[in-house]
Design a protein around this ligand. Structure first.
Ligand SMILES: [Zn+2]
Length: 192
């Protein structure tokens, strides 16, 4: 029988923030369970294993008349910088539903999805972005509390040095490059 390997505290590539068992509350240890390949938060008291996996961030590129609606963040991190409406997917919703919900919550705008545009891996924080192209139904919006203001930007108006996240910067750059002839193809890239 193969013995589980006990890793040092700093042995994991992505150290888990889990400290306590969510079943019994005992302090967990980080180790690779038998037959597994990654260190997990294992409870020595009740043997429960808490798995952690990458999180999906869903959102849209809301477009009106060739311009993209960006939101200026009213929250940390990156307060005051511009981003696309996007956020963590909720349990029990589809990626489409999550993208529409985040767009309504952050930009306060109604959109129709036009297809998945970007799948981006952000490995240092174990996040996967799924961003859809979206057509703004009516050019009016009412940003939510997480947004200072929202505005439409043509490519030559985008505040490129004030974009909150590299994923969003890269998505916008690729979108505007493809918008010249209107032929959009799914973009996949990694941000390390
Ligand atoms: Zn436990």
């Amino acid at each position: 029988m193969r013995r589980a390997v006990v890793l040092p505290d700093n042995g994991a590539m992505h150290p888990s923030p889990i400290l306590h068992c969510n079943r019994c509350g005992a302090a967990v240890v980080q180790r690779v369970p038998e037959g597994d390949s990654h260190p997990r938060a294992v409870c020595p008291a009740c043997t429960h294993i808490q798995y952690e996996n990458p999180r999906n961030i869903v959102g849209t590129l809301p477009v009106w008349d060739g311009r993209v609606l960006l939101c200026r963040r009213a929250i940390e991190p990156r307060y005051g910088l511009w981003t696309l409406p996007a956020g963590f997917m909720e349990l029990g919703e589809t990626t489409d539903q999550g993208a529409l919900r985040e767009t309504r919550e952050e930009a306060g705008v109604d959109v129709e999805l036009e297809g998945l545009y970007c799948v981006a891996n952000v490995r240092p924080v174990s996040q996967v972005y799924l961003l859809y192209r979206a057509r703004i139904v009516q050019p009016s919006w009412q940003p939510g509390i997480e947004t200072l203001e929202a505005a439409l930007f043509a490519p030559d108006q985008v505040p490129w040095d004030q974009i909150a996240f590299r994923t969003v910067h890269e998505t916008l750059r690729r979108y505007f490059a493809q918008s010249a002839d209107g032929r959009f193809t799914l973009q996949t890239f990694d941000v390390d």
